[in-house]
Design a protein around this ligand. Sequence first.
Ligand code: NAD
Length: 489
Amino acid sequence: MANLFIGGTWRAGSSGAEREVVNPFDQSVVAKVDEATAEDVAAAVAAAREAFDAGPWPRTPAGERGALLDRVADLLLRDREEIARLETRDTGKTLGESRQDVDDVVAVFRYYADLADKDPGRLVDAGRADVVSRVVYEPVGVCSLITPWNYPLLQVCWKVAPALAAGNTIVVKPSEVTPLTTVKLVELLEEAGAPAGVVNLVLGDGRVVGAAMVEDPRVDMVSFTGGVATGQWILRAAAETVKKVTVELGGKNPNIVFADVDFDTAVDHALTAVFVHSGQVCSAGARLIVQDEIHDRFVAALAERAERIRLGNGMDEGTESGPLVSAQHRDAIERYVATGLEEGARLVAGGRRPEEPELAGGFFYRPTVLADCRRDMRVVQEESFGPVLTVERFGTEEEAIALGNDTDYGLAGAVWTADPARAERVARALRHGTIWINDYHPYLPQAEWGGFGRSGNGRELGPSGLAEYREAKHIWNNTAPRPAGWFTA
Ligand code: NAD
């Protein structure tokens, strides 16, 4: 079956080119998908434009749009296991994580299904009895939605659900590395009854297909999740046609542990914070900052636990961590660790590929802990996006806050302490979009997600996630017009 979806029809790319999708566990070819060209993007944008300007969707009652999202949630649940297996074969992550991702996006679709008709606008007091003044919300228009490879299903649903709830039409492009669950999602949107042209799917290279989605003047908005360099390029390119742009970018997220915590619980969560999905998580707690009194013991316990993490095929229930997504990404992680060692970090766990012969075909790298790190090191400041933890130490609360804020990023962070007042103080002082107190990683569809600083602009999830896809319009209705009386001659 062809994999591009344009104007309600599945079709191949106009060049006939295909791309192999590889399983990072054993490099087997999971699928071959059609590669779009810039002309295919132009066709997809034209279909979305037509559906927006002349189609029923933007004018469909918001409650009906919400009902469609609810049907998508039902279909995602129906096909949960199939989707989870597809995601694991495509990304390498464990089946448990992939199932969790499906459950999470079901909740996101349900949330926006419910929110779609809850806030139709507001009356504004014009101060005159003969004037009705109100603010209404309208869809932005044609939205290009571009996503990364690490959480393919999750990231695309965070965009698709609010964009459709608000009445937009969309052109979607997943990462060329992991496109399969996005193709499946678009099949489900079609099955749920999305009118032709409302949802369009293009696949392929970011610099060709993605760039065309940003540059096309008929596109009103770009919502992007990915790396900082790509985000910067998109912001510059979108300026040409003054598009609305939201960017969710990387992170180098502090995980701050005070000495008064329950030691074993904090060690356990420090592992989960950074090594889930082999560290390929924008909000990974990759920068551990531990108070002096427990620092040495904490590092030793962490290193010992990190060495015991079971790597393997994400399809096997006993696997705790899968491979990295590609050979190039593993090469980049190896260079990153070498940089840390040159800068003076001390390797206390990992720092190598696994020895097991059954893992030799995959892009594996052992969970790695670099101790004796300092704030000015590149490995402390730069995102690795892999299974590498840097550890710094601190003495006072002020030092902990200063270290936690000493980053150009600002996506997420955590503070661990038994002192509730201190927890609140530190949480408020940290300049990051999400702060966990005595926890790491949970998020909620109802709560905003996004970054301060170079971690991006705009928000996903929560009411703000819907607001990004809406324009506010003020309608002033003078019910008793009289001459203005301004010019009297
Ligand atoms: P990437 O920037 O390389 O690619 C992301 C997407 O952009 C892909 O679909 C790619 O094809 C496309 N793209 C590339 N060049 C483009 C261009 N010139 N114009 C338009 N589109 C283009 O990122 P990646 O390697 O896929 O993902 C990893 C990054 O994503 C990490 O930095 C990670 O922190 C970030 N991320 C952030 C969040 C968040 O919520 N803030 C979530 C997940 C991932």
